[in-house]
Design a protein around this ligand. Structure first.
Ligand SMILES: [Zn+2]
Length: 122
């Protein structure tokens, strides 16, 4: 599976979406290489997100989420912070939870700015 090179032609390959792992010292690490990703915490972009909700899937080419990323790979790996459900306001005001299919085929809620969802879908 080669994901490298596509960017040269202006085609962004889909971002690999993985669950963050933690090492024995409770530090967030990349699930693929084990590198600490703590410093990357913040807003991340997921290219071509595999959104479960059909209307959302049609509306989003790029999903903004909150979490970590690892830059040690020829492709993008984003590890979204997991939220409990659609109500992500406990996480931060103005953000909501959307269901996305991770690269391991599991479906989980991740946080995204609420205004992005309302702008795209209404
Ligand atoms: Zn990595």
């Amino acid at each position: 599976m080669s994901r490298t090179g596509l960017g040269q032609f202006g085609v962004m390959p889909p971002t690999v979406v993985r669950e963050p792992t933690r090492d024995s010292e409770d530090i967030h690490t990349c699930p693929e290489c084990g590198h600490p990703v703590v410093k990357s915490k913040g807003s991340q972009r997921i290219e071509k997100p595999d959104l479960v909700h059909v209307a959302l899937a049609a509306a989003f080419d790029v999903l903004v989420t909150f979490g970590w990323r690892c830059e040690r790979h020829p492709y993008e790996i984003v590890m979204p912070m997991r939220v409990g459900g659609e109500d992500a306001s406990a996480f931060v005001d103005g953000w909501t939870g959307v269901e996305i299919r991770f690269s391991d085929e599991h479906v989980r809620h991740v946080a995204t700015p609420e205004r992005e969802v309302t702008e795209h879908v209404e």
